[in-house]
Design a protein around this ligand. Structure first.
Ligand code: CMC
Length: 422
């Protein structure tokens, strides 16, 4: 037995042998398969990159059949129960959990970079009062590149590190300012005495400077855990956007804005917003069969169900269900949880969903928690983006330092006219 693949081209009767490494063949080997010397060679056709490995990565491991998710080898369940979001961010970026001294240094660095330049604030002010906070977030992240022009020096490790710190530190501030803007309320500046998530809650919920607000520790812990669950997910749509734009050697702010734009879509991070709209539309358990029927007739999708990789269960969904109970202890029970639980129960017994291996994903329950905490629906994808930022940056950093990586430039099958004249 050899680690190779033998291919017979039935058009020509020729045989080819390609090496197999890490359960993959090199896609460019296919180009050797030609019917004539001037033939371009064979390509693979893979819309949505469903079966194409685009990189080697040591960051996140997923086994979709078994419902396993690990960051740098640590199971998500363990990280969610024992670590903080900043520890997990350090882990994703550096490969190891921080020592006490490292964590103190990392926390203080992040804390010192939470402020936004006053001109960024003015830029955010220019948005219409009903601007979607995700649109504001994407634009503001992109604008940061003009404030830190040195960020273009992506091959300088120190410069890279500085932008990574800035992006993780400023995300909660941008997110909170976007929310305050939509409510016409004054921005609340970061408070360096608070931890990462408490500071975020403070900027969101304190009515203005000088007023009293104390972040609830249970809600802060719940949100911190939600950020951990969203922190990375290997080569998902937004991470692929981060890497694809990064492959052109763009600065990390431009890359992260592109990643956030990808996340905004309803099939990706925007799904949590759509789940809530769907649950509100259903309203009561009695209306669930009607919705299921519409889904089975192909008229609509069951938002928050299905995943490209998980075909058994989404381990993040299981953890989120438990967080919901903790949050409801403080906020009171969100009645939509009962609609969601019943919807899940009915769907999981239905052959349409069983045969297609459709299970609740991370977005099915996260929105219910965010809503119970008082976040408006439009903020849900923004919260996802705050959590995902360290993952995008870890993947970007890995790509920039990977000699194997190239400018992302796929091929196409041309279906237009052959040459013609006017
Ligand atoms: N509701 C109803 N049917 C579905 C759903 C759904 N949510 N998801 C997939 N299907 C059906 C689909 O119609 C297809 O059926 P058929 O074989 O009869 O044509 C079959 O299941 C396979 O679906 P697919 O579209 O080929 O699978 P995919 O891997 O391309 O899609 C997905 C993955 C997440 C885009 C899709 O499941 C979906 O649109 N889900 C709803 C949106 C959602 O919740 N997105 C959040 C994903 S998790 C957070 C994140 O990481 O972004």
């Amino acid at each position: 037995m050899s680690d190779s693949l033998t291919v017979t081209d039935n058009r020509t009767g020729k045989h080819y042998e390609f090496p197999i490494k890490d359960s993959t063949i090199d896609a460019t080997d296919l180009r050797k398969i030609k019917v004539s010397d001037d033939d371009f060679g064979l390509m693979s056709f893979d819309p949505g990159l469903k079966n194409t490995a685009v990189c080697r990565s040591a960051i996140t491991f997923i086994d979709g059949e078994k419902g396993i998710l690990r960051y740098r080898g640590y199971p998500i369940e363990e990280l969610a129960s024992k670590s903080s979001f900043l520890e997990v961010s350090f882990l994703l970026l550096n490969g190891e959990l921080p020592s006490k001294t490292e964590l103190d240094g990392w926390t203080s660095e992040i804390t010192l970079h939470t402020m936004l330049n006053e001109n960024i604030k003015k830029l955010m002010d220019a948005f219409h009062y009903d601007a979607h906070p995700m649109g504001m977030l994407i634009s503001t992240i992109a604008a940061l590149s003009s404030f830190y022009p040195e960020s273009k020096n992506i091959f300088d490790p120190e410069v890279r590190r500085k932008q990574i710190v800035r992006l993780i530190a400023k995300m909660p501030t941008i997110a909170a300012f976007a929310l305050k803007h939509s409510r016409g309320l004054p921005y609340v500046y970061p408070d360096n005495e608070l931890n990462y998530t408490e500071n975020f809650l403070n900027m969101v919920y304190r009515p203005s400077h000088g007023t009293q607000y104390k972040p609830d520790p249970i809600l802060a812990k719940a949100l911190d855990t939600l950020f951990i669950l969203h922190a990375d997910h290997e080569q998902n749509c937004s991470t692929n956007a981060m890497r694809a734009v990064g492959s052109a050697q763009s600065d990390p702010y431009s890359c992260a804005a592109a990643a956030a734009a990808a996340l905004y879509g309803p099939l990706h991070g925007g799904a949590n917003e759509q789940v809530l709209r769907m649950l509100r539309e259903i309203g009561t358990k009695e209306k669930i069969p009607q919705l299921i029927q519409q889904v089975k007739e192909g008229k609509r999708k069951l938002m928050g169900f299905g995943h490209r990789v998980y075909k058994n269960f989404d381990p993040r969904g299981k953890i989120i269900k438990n967080i919901a109970e903790d949050v409801f202890q403080v906020t009171g029970r969100n009645p939509l949880i009962d609609v969601a639980l019943e919807l899940e129960r009915i769907a999981l017994e239905d052959d349409y969903f069983i045969s297609r291996k459709l299970y609740p994903n991370v977005d099915f329950y996260s929105g219910i928690i965010y809503e119970a905490m008082g976040f408006p629906t439009s903020m849900f994808p923004v919260l996802f983006a705050v959590g995902r930022m360290p993952g995008w940056l870890a993947q970007w950093q890995e790509m920039v330092t990977d000699d194997e990586q190239k400018l992302v430039r796929p091929r196409q099958i041309y279906t237009g006219h052959q040459k013609r004249t006017i």
